[in-house]
Design a binder for this molecule. Structure first.
Ligand SMILES: Cc1cc2nc3c(=O)[nH]c(=O)nc-3n(C[C@H](O)[C@H](O)[C@H](O)COP(=O)(O)OP(=O)(O)OC[C@H]3O[C@@H](n4cnc5c(N)ncnc54)[C@H](O)[C@@H]3O)c2cc1C
Length: 607
């Protein structure tokens, strides 16, 4: 397997030359310390840790998996030592507040780090990744006492956190949650119930795990309005911060999974475990949404992580493996056959992977700037600004999570395809990437649920299409600037102007039809999400191409002419080969619901 190499050249190009992160950080209240030198040192450090510590444990971690015996979970060999190094390096607290022991850097810095560590070893990345959501929930909704008690060890990485929503009967439909919380005289609660599929629910990396659990109070209203949120520590914490008795929460088993086998997915039994309410009674789901949105952007990173990992292995293989002669004549006459790279279909696969990884990275880097601004506004208690950035990020989130994880899966499969039959063999690592990538479209809200969130909640109900009009306006501003440019950038700008109009029109047509046909939103939502993703990614590819063309012409860029040229060529590939898929999704989104809904429920199969 080709050793992982962090794509620092592309990361720096996007950060500095496309999104101008130095100027962005200079505008942020907590951006003063994120100077180019510091950010660069963090990138280098995270790259080294990912390449040298995490990547070598990826294949072995998958082979060995997590082990469960008598309630104890053992992570694969090397994970514990790697986690200790992760903690010693201060990686968990990069973007956490200084007052709780973090480094106070903008959240985007953590995104850059997570991409590299996740690409190197997604299973490992799950342990600290879940903690970030737990930390954010406590920061936003926890009381001062809860923050003081739990945040410092979570921020340092000494403890990890989980998110306990799912029960056997419900993952998507949390209205069906049954876990109960009985109030106690001392103000605490006794939590009873079973949660399933809990990532990092039990492991041997840390001495304590802080579970954030959804449960119902006695007499709480039915449905989502009757759910509250609780902190349930695995080990109780004494007043002086030392660890006390074991709480009544135990791991019943761990799942035997298709992928991310080094990540423990636990069944947790709460048998009257001591819990402490976070936020207000019956408003737990609202609070948990903070957790879920953070986690969803984190999962979107998984899409590009697997695309990048698979591409990094497929490319050298295509350069070395030989098969037949190129259709346009022999390219390497000194060899018995030409290498795979000369075959157009292999190039199609490689360029698709590259376009997904780098196009997706641009989408995430743009969203990360919004996340920085959102956190700044929350810290500054500027509710108006916080709402504005939250809405913008809320529009990005389902597209990033749904579209990028679907495409990440495609890219992972293409990597296997480039390897031919050798891609199917465990030792080559390609089938593991595909298996690991598969979960990303399922957890943190399936693609179907992201699609409903986008079309139903964000676009139709929430803004009556305004969020699309706003993004289309951004596309239009870019287009106007480059409309008359010569060559491929001008062409991309003209295509984008047309797509901006088409996206708005598609939204309006669905909005009008949905008034008469209630099933339309459901039947159109997946295609609408994918359409939106392809058009959004086109904008981010055009942005990269325009910048590359400008820097190449001016000679003021930090990269080589070849690098910029390859950017423009990949953008052209995207516009010619991948963006047209949006048309199929547009047609699907507008198709009458009848073909989906008219067939009788007993007529889908005949025995
Ligand atoms: C490896 C792994 C790790 C996980 N980690 C965690 C974790 O840490 N914490 C946690 O709480 N959970 C976790 N989960 C659970 C995960 O989030 C759920 O499995 C997921 O949300 C889907 O829920 P479900 O499995 O109940 O599927 P269901 O909700 O039963 O859905 C089944 C199918 O029906 C579709 N569907 C459901 N409702 C609708 C609807 N209204 N409209 C249209 N389509 C619909 C879905 O899109 C899906 O395709 C994890 C799961 C796995 C496998």
């Amino acid at each position: 397997m080709t050793p992982y190499k962090a794509p620092l050249r592309d990361m720096r190009f996007q950060m500095n030359e496309v999104f101008d992160y130095p100027a962005h950080y200079a505008r942020l209240e907590n951006g003063a310390d994120a100077t180019p030198d510091i950010v660069d040192a963090i990138l280098e450090g995270a790259a080294e840790f990912s390449e040298e510590i995490l990547a070598p444990l990826n294949l072995s971690g998958d082979r060995e998996g997590c082990q469960f015996k008598d309630g104890v979970v053992t992570t694969p060999a090397g994970f514990k030592e790697a986690y200790a190094q992760f903690v010693a390096g201060g990686w968990q607290g990069l973007s956490c507040p200084v007052e709780y022991g973090g480094q106070g850097l903008p959240v985007s810095v953590n995104v850059f780090k997570s991409e590299m560590m996740g690409t190197a070893n997604w299973s490992f990345n799950m342990y600290p990744g879940l903690s970030i959501g737990c930390i954010n929930t406590l920061l936003r909704y926890g009381s001062l006492a809860q923050k003081t008690e739990y945040l410092p060890p979570l921020v340092s990485g000494q403890w990890t956190g989980t998110m306990c929503l799912t029960e056997a009967q419900c993952g998507t439909d949390l209205a069906q949650i049954k876990a109960r919380a009985e109030p106690q005289a001392d103000g605490s609660y006794r939590i009873t119930g079973t949660k399933v599929f809990i990532s990092s629910g039990e492991h041997d990396l840390t001495e304590n795990i802080i579970h954030v659990v959804l449960a119902r109070l006695p007499g709480a209203p039915a449905g989502t309005r009757g759910i509250s949120l609780f902190i349930v520590p695995k080990v109780m914490v004494n007043a002086d911060g030392s660890l006390g008795e074991r709480n009544a929460v135990t791991c019943g088993s761990i799942e035997h999974k298709m992928g991310i086998r080094g990540s423990a997915t636990a069944v947790l039994n709460f048998d009257g475990a001591a819990g402490f309410m976070i936020g207000e009674p019956n408003k737990g789901l609202e609070a948990m949404f903070t957790f879920m949105n953070t986690a969803r952007v984190g999962t979107a990173i998984q899409g590009i992580a697997h695309a990048e990992a698979s591409f990094q292995c497929a490319l050298p293989y295509a350069l070395e493996r030989r098969s037949m002669r190129a259709l346009s004549g022999r390219k390497e006459p000194e060899h018995a056959a030409d290498s795979l790279i000369w075959h157009a279909d292999v190039r199609r696969m490689l360029l698709t992977q590259k376009a997904i990884a780098e196009g997706g990275r641009a989408m995430i880097y743009s969203a990360a700037q919004l996340a920085d601004q959102l956190f700044n506004a929350i810290t500054a208690r500027n509710a108006t600004q916080a709402e504005e950035f939250d809405n913008q990020l809320g529009f990005y989130t389902p597209i990033l999570k749904g579209f990028l994880t679907e495409l990440g899966l495609e890219a992972a499969n293409l990597g296997m395809q480039v390897f031919g039959g050798h891609g199917y063999i465990h030792e080559n690592g390609m089938e593991q990437i595909a298996r690991d990538a598969r979960i990303a479209t399922l957890y943190e809200g399936t693609t179907g649920i992201q699609a409903l969130d986008l079309l139903g909640r964000k676009v139709l109900l929430g803004t009556r299409g305004q969020c699309v009009r706003d993004f289309a306006a951004t596309m239009w501003r870019f287009s106007r600037q480059h409309l008359l440019a010569a060559g491929s950038v001008g062409k991309m700008a003209r295509t984008l102007a047309w797509r901006a109009m088409q996206w708005n029109l598609l939204t309006t047509r669905i909005m009008l039809r949905a008034r008469k046909d209630r099933d339309l939103v459901g039947s159109a939502s997946f295609d609408y999400l994918m359409y939106s993703g392809y058009v959004m990614m086109a904008y981010f590819w055009a942005l990269q191409a325009a910048r590359a063309a400008q820097l190449s012409a001016s000679g003021q860029g930090k990269e080589s002419t070849d690098f910029y040229q390859a950017k423009i060529q990949t953008a052209v590939f995207y516009f010619e080969r991948l963006l047209p898929r949006a048309d199929g999704h547009r047609v699907g989104a507008l198709a009458p619901t009848a073909s989906v809904m008219q067939i009788g429920r007993d007529h889908l199969a005949f025995k």
